[in-house]
Design a protein. Sequence first.
Length: 394
Amino acid sequence: MRNDLTYSLLPGQGACLDMQAKHKAFIGGIGSGKTFFGALWAMMQSQGKGDGMVLSPTYRMLEDVTQKEFFGFLERHGATYHHDRSRGQVITPQGTIFLRSAENPDRLRGPNLTWAWGDEAALWREETFKVLLGRLRMNNAHSLYTTTPAGFNWLWKYFVDEPGDRFRYVQGSSRENPHLDAEFVNDLEDAYSTEFAAQEIEGRFVAFEGMIYSEFNRHVHVQDFDVPDGWPRYRAIDYGYTNPLVCLWGATDEDGRLYIYNEHYQRKQLIAQHAATINGYETSEYAWTVADHDAQDNAEMGSHGISPTSAKKDVTIGIQRVKARLEVQKDKRPRMYIHPRCVNLIKEIDLYRWAPMAKTGGNAKEAPVKELDHAMDALRYMVMELDNGSFVFI
């Protein structure tokens, strides 16, 4: 094990490393070095006796980002370990490190932990956090959470509003990271309003007024489910490059209820790369795929075996259709459910809001704020195509 490597930490990273607290959080903007710091911290903890856990909002995020960064540190420092992929474990001479998704809190039960690192924790449900705290029970157990905020949710409650002695946090800005592309922060500033910039760049907790989907309730609409083979399946795509390209997968049951069961949400990739990911998710047949009206992007998707039809794009009608599906019906169930792995879709629903009337011309019709809304567009495309201009209550 090499201990001679040194790292030049950013201000927020250094402050979080030095901070003394049982449970601490590095809360920062996009690209502020959160995951890098979390993986470094986890590697340091793994050299002490005891079992640990590394968590990410979904297994895809865990594999693509979180554990990849963690393994990078283990390799650079010459750590002795064995990765048991089938069990989601890393075995070291000091103990076992469990690699887990935050999608299903009950699957975290069992291990007795000395430490835990949770990446992008603001996208978790509060129940996941509570279950994890219950597992941290060995050898003066402690934990770290690295994340960009997502409104005044449970993270704000524990670490800011009612922190006590056990919970402390540090904020970090995207601007602190000299390793980012020169235009990265400028692109974000151009795309975001003051409120979103404060959250996504500066890592601040901010309030968003005028929530569009006020019917949305995580306890009602976010459910763990499996999609049977016989249900018809659909996809909806909203294109982007600097902003994310989003693909949503949905299916309907015998009563026409919609189940959103997966998402692809990725910035700064070519269409060919997106298409490879989308095609690689599953081998199912789809009743249809709808997408934005960009002819060039649709043609390129078609060349990779994905042939979308043009989406119905009336924003006002589309929002009303989505709101109708979120409404709890007489059978005490909504007409749409979302799987916990669709973390970006869930985040956008929480943040999607009406623009102040002054920005829409005073007497003009209401319009949503055009930022962090690409999953919202894809969701609207799917619902509009599915309901085809009508909606049946059951």
